[in-house]
Design a protein around this ligand. Structure first.
Ligand code: G3P
Ligand code: CA
Length: 247
């Protein structure tokens, strides 16, 4: 089995992490999974955005955890990409659930590490809300929860043990204690950065019995090579070009 994940939707065709990008991904025939990034505002509302700050992907500036939901919902999340997307807003988590139900899509929900001095409380609030909101997801949609942040993966284990969990690693952060980290939060899935990933490393992770997904792979030959090495899936910005590798 080899799985293609539409990383932040289909960001090569529409602004990342917007409903337009997820709808574009849903139109890719054969694509079953999208990845998205969940963050939380100062007033504890879930919002879909990759960065800690609005600056790169909206027409506003500011740190998400220092801003109120009503403020961040004013931002255009698409004008930076093309004026035709100027009315795109940062999606809410409820909108993502509706999207998944409408299209029978599976969700890889990346739980973003919370910045600021109220991080512990906001982290738990995020997990509690994701837990509650996922109750509205139809049972024919699958879920993979993931994070770089072990506290969040551990909380996910506590609140949503029914869902698969992955720990995300940057290449440089993948050190010899990786199994200890995964065991700590009851995960058997490694989501690792592609940079300098070798066949030997793939083999050692797979031989240890873990599922292994790689991000972010936009090159067809590289995706094929990883598949041949036994990798279980790749996250790509170009799901439309790689979807035929799904098996
Ligand atoms: O989960 C894979 C990937 O999304 C992690 O990196 O920075 O794109 O969220 P990033
Ligand atoms: Ca992500």
């Amino acid at each position: 089995m080899f799985t293609i994940y539409g990383h932040r939707g289909l960001p090569s065709k529409a602004p990342e992490n917007t409903l337009a990008a997820f709808e574009a991904a849903a139109k890719v025939s054969g694509l079953k999974w999208v990845e998205l990034d969940v963050a939380i505002t100062k007033d504890e509302k879930l919002i879909i955005i990759h960065d800690d700050f609005l600056d790169r992907t909206t027409d506003m500036i500011g740190e998400v955890t220092h801003m109120y939901y009503d403020e961040v919902k004013q931002a255009s999340a698409g004008n930076w990409f093309h004026s035709q997307y100027k009315n795109e807003r940062l999606p809410t988590f409820d909108e993502i659930i509706t999207f998944a139900n409408n299209h029978k899509m599976n969700l890889n929900i990346e739980l973003k590490g919370v910045t600021g001095d109220n991080g512990s409380d906001l982290s738990e609030s995020m997990i509690r809300q994701v837990t509650e909101k996922l109750k509205k997801l139809n049972s024919d949609s699958d879920v993979l929860l993931s994070s770089f942040n072990l506290v969040l993966v551990k909380l996910a284990q506590q609140f949503m043990p029914q869902y698969k969990r992955a720990v995300i690693f940057k290449a440089a952060a993948f050190t010899g204690d990786w199994r200890t980290l995964l065991n700590y939060c009851g995960s058997n899935i490694v989501n690792i950065e592609d940079a300098k990933l070798t066949k030997n490393r793939v083999r050692s992770i797979k031989n240890a019995g873990y599922e292994l997904n790689v991000w972010t792979v936009n090159n067809k030959m590289r995706a094929n090579q990883l598949s041949n090495w036994g990798v279980d899936g790749v996250f790509t910005d170009k799901a439309d070009e790689l979807v035929h590798l799904n098996s």
